[in-house]
Design a protein around this ligand. Structure first.
Ligand code: ADP
Ligand code: MG
Length: 271
């Protein structure tokens, strides 16, 4: 083997050991280009470092989106904030930034059916993935079933640890009514497990005043609500069903009582 080929093999093996995949894929082509364009060494290295960074970001985003199980095609670019009365656009911007997750705040989205809760939650989840945050989207009913299966197989702790890897778990449609105490219990275990250390995003048609349908008794209901609202953003989506544009199920979550302007309410220790 000639020295040049030896060197090439060694360079590629070194780059591989540093996990610089885009360097390997591009260094020769970029070297030819640099020669042609008479680029100096620093500019050549800069271009390679740039492509490595961009492709790495792209690969990470793809991985995060895939594992998030987010429903496809629910983008915030298609979410019409003008369709909602008094929708707090500045707060939406703040939520999109993902700072709420970094600052350990839950996001609770209430509203009538069809007002865009799922679309908004999924759109936020997508934005968070794009900014490098790991999130997991699931319906409340699927989550309860997964928790039950894990519990039956004596793997509940493993399952919770798996969810712990996600900065936020988005539980869609927590209006789902568990069928029995066992279902309620596993849901509560999840809320308790993530309390104060990992984030939860929920969507619900049910106001807190009806959450005893979910958690069965007042003590568990109170404890569940307490854990969720402590450090949380509460978004109230008001108006008619976007889809049907007809009056939906009349349901006024008590969060409206917290803020008559129907905008986001931030709860923290001071309140
Ligand atoms: P919910 O979860 O509150 O029942 P969805 O998020 O499922 O409502 O919304 C119902 C349908 O209407 C979906 O197809 C969604 O994409 C669309 N939709 C709802 N609100 C909006 C909105 N503000 N802008 C664009 N599409 C919307
Ligand atoms: Mg929904």
């Amino acid at each position: 083997m000639s020295t040049a080929i030896n060197k090439q093999v060694e360079i590629e093996s070194l780059l591989k050991s540093f996990n610089l995949i885009s360097f390997i894929n591009n260094y020769q082509q970029y070297a030819r280009l640099a020669e042609k364009e008479k680029l100096d060494y620093v500019s050549y290295l800069y271009q390679l470092a740039k492509v490595e960074s961009e492709e790495r970001h792209h690969r990470k985003t793809e991985r995060l989106l895939k594992q998030s199980k987010l429903p496809p095609s629910k983008n915030l670019s298609e979410f019409d904030t003008n369709a909602l009365a008094n929708f707090p656009k500045t707060v939406l911007k703040e939520l999109i930034s993902g700072d709420c997750l970094d600052q350990a705040e839950n996001v609770l989205i209430f509203g009538n059916p069809g007002t865009g809760k799922t679309h908004l939650a999924a759109g936020l989840g997508r934005q968070w993935c794009l900014s490098g945050r790991a999130v997991y989207f699931t319906s409340a009913s699927a989550l309860v079933q997964d928790l039950l299966v894990a519990k039956r197989d004596l793997k509940l702790n493993n399952f919770l640890a798996k969810l712990d890897k996600f900065q936020a778990v988005i539980i869609d449609d927590i209006s789902y009514i568990p069928q029995n105490r066992e279902e309620t219990d596993v849901l509560f275990v999840l809320l308790a497990d993530r309390y104060e250390h990992k984030r939860i995003v929920i969507t619900s048609n049910l106001p807190f005043s009806q959450w005893d349908k979910i958690f069965k008794d007042t003590v568990t209901t109170g404890a569940a609500i307490d854990r969720l609202v402590h450090h949380s953003h509460i978004l109230q989506l008001n108006g008619e069903s976007y889809r049907a544009k007809t009056a939906g199920n009349v349901c006024v979550p008590e969060t409206t009582l917290l803020n008559q302007n129907r905008i986001i309410v931030k709860l923290d220790d001071q309140q």
